[in-house]
Design a protein around this ligand. Sequence first.
Ligand code: ADP
Length: 176
Amino acid sequence: MGALGDRIRIHTGDITRLVVDAIVNAASSSLLGGGGVDGAIHRAAGPELVAECRTLNGCKTGDAKLTRGYRLPARFIIHTVGPVWQGGGEGEAGLLASCYRRSLEIASDQGFLTIAFPAISTGIYGYPKIEATGIAVDTVTDFLRQDTLLETVTFCCFDDQTAELYRQTVASAGKG
Ligand code: ADP
């Protein structure tokens, strides 16, 4: 098992292209598809995905559910529902941390070695990016400290600016 820093990767690009055991979807609570990364994942996975999602009875904010990856290069999809940003007084931070933790728990329970996360809640759901990145990095780091199974967690950033923010956040978390 490598050092903690070696187990966290930052990638710039489209999460639907990643060859990992599971990609995480920033889903809506119905799990029936939407815009942003959710729409991209459903388009790339094909119509079999929404058919499986229909059997799952939705998902609560902060929780996560597993499906197959269908036409994606990733074998599985972990669908998690991030909080909509409402100013920060509605438990958003705890719910966002829970999205990362529940997704990692599912991955670990399944014996997955590689997982990739998008920047959950930071698009349509409006979560401030700096705060969301801090929660993402802290929650993943804490999980990897106590989990020995997961080999790599990739933060898949859609643009260079987000990737740079993740790099800085990971670097300063390492010093703490
Ligand atoms: P939410 O509703 O949780 O805010 P969004 O999909 O609107 O979810 O945005 C979450 C993040 O995913 C944003 O930072 C957005 O730029 C990014 N994103 C959108 N499409 C993709 C994609 N294909 N791959 C990776 N990240 C993506």
